[in-house]
Design a protein around this ligand. Structure first.
Ligand SMILES: [Zn+2]
Ligand SMILES: [Zn+2]
Length: 258
């Protein structure tokens, strides 16, 4: 059987996301996803009650977190606990904590400007080599980065550092879930050894991003970011106001989508 995994999803506990756990679950069920990793920014807030909701929907849940380094790059830990949250935000220390917790290190959107690990650390050879030598998986496709750039370079890094290639949605909205997933062929639906499936089994990253997924709102956001006046003036808008506007648009989109 084919196991469909979305290993990078945000919930309402991320500062930039309003997606409830119930929203995530119903979107995952709709997209026929078997395994979900919730990877909020620098927090791990899901309770055993939340985790039980995934089990009720027959979805395997992986505890994860997307941590920011002091230079702003993102590094994901999967199968981790909250011990990874406290300590230095040097990238070497972050991956050490993830490994010590028995987790898997994942590099999301490696070439994304500002937050991509490769973009930030490509000229810091000691950090670059150390972190990638401890990494298990790297995102080939990220459902929130469009277009998908640098695919040959990501494949090359995966070969050089023996990394598994994955696709993940990086969803911040329920309707983004499943934009990109990773498929694994497994012999049974016994997922007790999920960690070793992700490490040992050949992965098939899948990109479902199409014009259909690019909403009118997404197109407006992209266009808006190209306008210089917008880019300059947005710096002066207080965070609470930006968050309120985002939340209002999110609510509007949900209503429009029924
Ligand atoms: Zn990220
Ligand atoms: Zn993310």
């Amino acid at each position: 059987m084919i196991l469909c995994c979305d290993l990078h999803i945000h919930s309402e506990y991320s500062f930039d996301c309003f997606c409830s756990i119930r929203d995530i679950i119903s979107a995952a069920v709709k997209s026929r996803i078997d395994v979900v990793a919730v990877t909020d920014h620098n927090v791990m807030c899901l309770t055993p009650q939340h985790e039980a909701l995934f089990a009720d929907a027959n979805i395997s849940y992986i505890r994860g977190c997307e941590l920011s380094t002091k230079e702003g790059a993102h590094i994901i830990g999967l199968f981790v606990d909250s011990s990874i949250l406290s300590g230095s935000v040097h990238p070497k220390d972050i991956v050490e904590r993830i490994c010590r917790a028995g987790g898997l290190v994942v590099i999301p959107h490696p070439f994304k400007p500002v937050t991509g690990f490769v973009s930030v650390y490509s000229d810091r050879k000691d950090i670059f080599d150390y972190v990638l030598s401890k990494t298990a998986l790297i995102e080939l496709y990220n459902g929130s980065c469009d277009p998908q750039n640098n695919l040959p370079q990501i494949r090359q890094l995966a070969r050089r550092y023996s990394l598994g290639l994955i696709g993940a949605s990086d969803a911040h909205r329920p309707w983004h879930i499943g934009r990109s997933i990773t498929e694994y062929e497994v012999n049974s639906c016994n997922l007790e050894n999920l960690r070793s499936i992700l490490v040992d089994r050949p992965s098939k990253p899948v990109l479902n991003l199409s014009q259909r997924h690019l909403t009118w709102f997404g197109k407006v956001v992209k266009l808006r970011k190209k306008i210089r006046l917008y880019r300059v003036s947005i710096e002066f808008v207080p965070l609470w106001l930006k968050t309120s506007i985002k939340k209002a648009f999110y609510t509007l989109q949900r209503v429009l989508r029924g």
